[in-house]
Design a binder for this molecule. Structure first.
Ligand SMILES: [Zn+2]
Length: 688
């Protein structure tokens, strides 16, 4: 059958790409296979199985997490910064094992979050966070999107080599007998991927994330698996919970078995015959870790033999057979000499600390570091002229760990928020939580950033408006607002172009003509791209598209209340308020009026609604897991048939479509007496 063939083909390519790192086909060809599979499964929903590779792209959002009790407790690990304490640990092990021969394993301590995966008869059943160690959250829907977590375990090849002295029965791992394998490991975000996520955040006008670990933790707790899939998390196994139906006698054997079952295991896992070899590895890995593509903060040292682990036992908190050695982070002390303010594209004013003298950390001089926001400054109790400790997150981004309060000088001062914008002097500042923003839409520091963004490929797409040209246009005062772009004269552009190139434009008159045509051509891009291009706080391309599609014209959008914007699917209150505030601020309103007066089109081309409109005037809410339709598909269907799809049940709701495992919305609908129908009834009303 085509569907099964496709699935095994995709699984094979997943393994080649994510585990073995030697892909055989291009990403485009892979996407084609995946699209074909999704197509087949959509046409034949009865053939969709929970272990299908299509689950990787993320299913419907869930409403809340359920809790899972771990079959074997997820304990924490004792840790130390001292080699002497590692030797003390070895002395205790030696004493408790009463002269038996033992060995250790060492592996990197990756800076991420722990996850426990439960496989029953080779199929992933649940994935749970550590929680309090006894009970965690069920995050199976999210774990399935992590590409190097197998949904189905591979059948180990007969020739897969058992390590020296280790034992596991590969045949029983996926054999006929009942098996349970709980695989524990670390979920993390590689440094390069983290940089991409932050670039996308900034693109959307959002605050960048502080470090990969917190981002991984936050991502795993997302309700919408599509968001998780987009973040491209990684997983490396580092332990086990319950094991049944498979013979495994040591941690080394467990690692080998996991490799044979299709996991990507750590390439820096080693066996050490004694504590001297362990210490030697700690020294060697201190250098190796600097070149790894992900963050590590130490090495986990474990007694290898499972029977000996049993003899050593556990304390109330941690196992006695395991210790984590942590590397001292490279840190330096200096004076927080000045705080300067940087104005971003959306007007956010970020406090930046400058150090005197600069400090040398992980290979570079560090002169300054972002202090992020005023909540962070308060939390760390930082004062101007404090002695502060500086580190680098992931050995890349410098940050202030905290103040050395016992060295606080008498002249230390509280760090105040700016009273006016450091760039334009505007006193129209907005203080929201820990953040302060300049609300002047024509603020010059914001303007260069905003012009670049406005002209970007996904916004107004003015290819001819290069970075150098923007700089010169601003410098000459030819442009003082976004609207001025559409007021530029031929002479002004020629003038700026002459200055933008050192060699001089060969035909500045013709080049200027191209620029002006490019700018004029952008007038017809439509409301969605226009809104996206304005760089409104929290309003990126996706939000702009949703808003433009719903309201259709700028006029209608301006007449909408915060509540009406908030009611749109996937738009939250903070986003709705930010957009509404912009539209009704003096500077925002003027900018839009100017743009429209200059001929910029502020309507969205409408998708014509033809055919029957069975849901005209109806407000419909969908909840629970549906069988035939995905969440965004049913929403589209409702809209295309004249209805309105909203996210919360109220007395104005016409009816609720409830799928499996519907929760609080179903309760509320019943309480309010709102009609509840199932998916089949919905499809019948929709006309099949
Ligand atoms: Zn300003």
């Amino acid at each position: 059958m085509e569907i099964e063939k496709l699935r095994s083909e995709i699984r094979r390519h997943d393994d080649l790409y994510y585990v073995q790192a030697r892909p055989e086909i291009s990403d485009q060809d892979y996407d084609k296979l995946m699209r074909r599979l999704v197509e087949l499964e959509t046409a034949h929903p009865e053939l969709l199985t929970p272990d299908s590779p299509s689950q990787r792209v993320g299913g419907a959002p869930i409403e809340a997490f359920t809790q899972v009790t771990h079959a074997v407790r997820m304990m924490s690990i004792d840790n130390t910064y001292s080699e002497a304490e590692v030797r003390d640990f070895d002395e205790r092990v030696k004493k408790l094992l009463e002269g038996r021969k033992y060995s250790y394993t060492c592996e990197p301590k990756i800076d991420g979050v722990s996850l426990s995966l439960r496989y029953e008869d080779g199929v992933l059943k649940t994935a749970a966070t550590r929680g309090n160690g006894t009970v965690g959250d069920d995050v199976t829907h999210n774990a399935k999107t992590i590409r190097n977590i197998p949904l189905v375990l591979k059948k180990p090849e007969a020739r897969s080599q058992k390590p020296e002295g280790a034992l596991f029965d590969a045949d029983s791992a996926l054999g006929t007998q009942h098996s349970v394998l709980e695989v524990r490991g670390e979920v993390f975000i590689a440094r390069a991927q983290f940089a991409k996520i932050n670039a996308a955040q900034e693109e959307a006008g959002e605050e960048p994330y502080a470090n990969p670990r917190n981002t991984a933790a936050g991502t795993l707790k997302q309700l919408d698996p599509k968001v998780v899939a987009s973040r491209k998390l990684d997983f490396i196994p580092h332990g086990n919970g319950e094991i049944a139906g498979v013979e495994v006698d040591s941690y080394t054997a467990w690692q080998c078995l996991l490799g044979a079952l299709g996991f990507k295991t750590s390439e820096h896992f080693v066996q050490c015959k004694d504590v001297d070899e362990v210490i030697a590895f700690l020294h060697k890995f201190a250098e190796v870790r600097k070149g790894l593509p992900y963050d590590t903060d130490g090495v986990v040292i474990k007694v290898d033999d499972f029977e000996q682990r049993g003899m050593l036992g556990v304390t109330s908190k941690a196992p006695r057979w395991c210790i984590a050695y942590k590397y001292q982070p490279e840190q330096a002390e200096t004076e927080l000499a000045r705080v300067v303010f940087q104005v971003g594209k959306s007007g956010k004013i970020t406090p930046v600390g400058e150090f005197e003298p600069p400090v040398f950390i992980s290979g570079t001089n560090v002169y300054r570091a972002s202090l992020h926001n005023y909540d962070e400054i308060a939390r760390k109790d930082l004062r101007l002229h404090d002695r502060v400790l500086v580190e680098k997150a992931g050995e890349i981004i410098p940050y202030v760990v905290g103040a050395v309060t016992e060295k606080r000088p008498k002249h230390a001062e509280v760090i105040e928020r700016p009273k006016e914008c450091p760039s334009c002097g505007s006193k129209e500042l907005e203080h929201e939580g820990g953040f302060t923003s300049c609300r002047n839409a024509s603020c010059p520091a914001q303007l260069a950033e905003r012009l670049r963004y406005f002209a970007g490929r996904n916004q107004m797409d003015i290819n001819e408006l290069g970075e150098k040209l923007i700089e010169k246009l601003l410098e000459k005062g030819h442009v003082t607002s976004l609207a001025d772009l559409y007021r530029l004269t031929h002479e002004q552009v020629v003038d700026a172009l002459k200055r933008a190139t050192t060699t001089g434009e060969s035909n500045p008159s013709k080049a200027a003509q191209n620029v002006l045509e490019g700018i004029a051509g952008s007038k017809g891009r439509g409301l969605s791209r226009l809104l996206a291009g304005l760089g409104i706080l929290h309003v990126g391309n996706r939000t702009a598209a949703i808003v433009a599609e719903h309201f259709g014209t700028l006029e209608k959008l301006r007449a909408a209340s915060v509540e009406e914007i908030d009611a749109l699917p996937d738009i939250g209150e903070v986003v709705a308020k930010s957009l509404h505030d912009f539209l009704h601020s003096a500077s925002g309103a003027k900018l839009l009026d100017d743009l429209v007066a200059l001929g910029v089109k502020a309507d969205e081309p409408r998708v014509e609604r033809t055919g029957p409109q069975p849901f005209a005037g109806k407000t419909i809410v969908v909840t629970g897991t549906l069988k035939a339709l995905k969440r965004d598909e049913i929403k589209k269907k409702i809209e295309s048939l004249g209805g309105k799809s909203t996210d919360s049940v109220s007395k104005n709701t016409s009816f609720l479509v409830a799928g499996d495992e519907a929760g609080s919305k179903l309760e509320k609908a019943k309480k309010l007496g709102v009609e509840v129908i199932d998916e089949a009834e919905f499809l019948r009303r929709a006309g099949g």
